[in-house]
Ligand binder design. Structure first.
Ligand code: NAD
Ligand code: UFG
Length: 339
């Protein structure tokens, strides 16, 4: 299939493109580079063994720009990663988040339908479950209250996509609810490249390991969890990437609307991850306990059985590989793509 990949220069998009090529698909990337650089695509081309990844530096809110891309290519489906994703920033800048993520997606969908491409895989998030009613979380778990505008955009976009599919059954929509992607391509050539102080746990740990930050702050040790720290379902980004390739099967069988959790089904606490990182790398991570971070929940992990049953997809990498590959990327690229 020929796939339009929005946000393809970013963390998850770049890893997904490699898996798409491996499976025999081709891609065209649209990204405004607001949170990424072209260097990632140069390295993706290297890893995929192609000369160049077709790329347009277009913002998905730019109707004319997108229209030109869609006039120049025929697409079987779109994998839609483009969006702003920093939870804390979304609380400070709600307008920017709603405008970029929601307006951007509405423009994208409109241009897609004008070009009769009505197949989309959307990057959703476990955040739509709020503080989950059931653990492990199945897709039937009711959606919950999102405590921040970023999460709201994901939840609202899921509703928008479902309404559009209901009104026009020619659409096939796959909502992929990611748990916590970490790790990097095993080559160490591509990985997560956060700007400024990392918001997320793993990039913070790797920056402590490489000497850029003095110590990790652990946000709360009084949660109702085995060691008091937050529990998450960390998933290797390459496994997440292969989940998108498998999700194309749902599009091919004209699924209408399908929702899948992409997680491993295992919950690890913040301190479990610190320990796993230390044993995978031999590096000690100094940490101190800080106050809880507003909006955080105690426990979030998936039941990923539906994706295995219906798509034949199952995460292959364990916590050790996630830590090894995250470190391999950080060690080789202490300044991310800037170096
Ligand atoms: P990322 O920031 O690395 O990638 C997103 C890409 O979208 C970036 O390259 C950015 O430049 C681009 N972009 C943003 N707004 C755009 C616009 N208006 N037009 C064109 N390009 C635009 O993030 P990621 O971690 O790769 O996440 C990909 C998707 O998965 C996002 O939608 C994110 O919300 C979602 N998601 C991520 C996580 C996570 O923990 N990383 C978890 C759940 C869901
Ligand atoms: N944490 C720390 N110290 C840090 C960073 C995080 O202790 O410096 C803790 C958090 O309190 C939490 C756990 O580590 O208990 C994981 O935090 P992350 O910020 O790495 O991830 P979240 O689970 O908060 O959120 C992530 C993404 C969201 C996404 C969600 C579910 O940032 O966008 O996973 O997929 F919605």
């Amino acid at each position: 299939m020929n796939i339009l990949v929005t946000g393809g220069a970013g963390f998850i998009g770049s890893h997904t493109i490699i898996e798409l090529y491996k499976a025999g698909h081709t891609v065209v990337v649209v990204d405004n580079l607001s949170n990424s650089s072209k260097e990632s695509l140069r390295r993706v081309a290297e890893l995929a063994g192609v000369e160049k990844i077709p790329f347009y530096p277009v913002d998905i809110r730019d109707r004319e720009g997108l229209n030109k891309v869609m006039e120049s290519h025929t697409f079987d489906a779109c994998i839609h990663f483009a969006g702003l994703k920093a939870v804390g920033e979304s609380v400070e800048k709600p307008w920017e988040y709603y405008e970029n993520n929601i307006n951007g997606t509405l423009v994208l969908l409109d241009v897609m339908r004008k070009h009769n491409c009505k197949n989309i895989i959307f990057s959703s998030s476990a955040t739509v479950y709020g503080d989950p009613a059931v653990i492990p979380i199945t897709e039937e778990c009711p959606k919950g209250h999102c405590t921040n505008p970023y999460g709201q955009t994901k939840s609202m976009l899921e509703e928008i996509l479902m309404d559009i599919q209901k009104a026009d059954p020619e659409w096939n929509v796959v909502l992929l609810r990611y748990f916590n992607p970490i790790g990097a391509h095993p080559s160490g050539r591509i990985g997560e490249d956060p700007q400024g102080i990392p918001n997320n746990l793993m990039p913070y740990i790797t920056q402590v390991a490489v000497g850029k930050r003095a110590e990790l702050g652990v946000f709360g040790n009084d949660y109702d969890t085995p060691d008091g720290t937050g529990v998450r379902d960390f998933i290797h980004v390459v496994d997440l990437a292969t989940g998108h390739v498998k999700a194309l099967q749902a599009i091919q069988r004209q699924c209408g609307i399908s929702i899948y959790n992409l997680g491993t089904g295992h919950g690890y606490s913040v301190l479990d991850l610190v320990k796993a990182f230390q044993s995978a790398t031999g590096i000690t991570i100094p940490y101190s306990i800080k106050a809880r971070r507003p909006g955080d929940i105690a426990t979030c992990y998936s039941n990923p059985a539906k994706a295995e049953r219906e798509l034949g997809w199952k995460a292959q990498n364990g916590i050790n590989e996630m830590c090894r590959d995250a470190w391999n990327w950080q060690r080789q690229n202490p300044e991310g793509y800037k170096a």
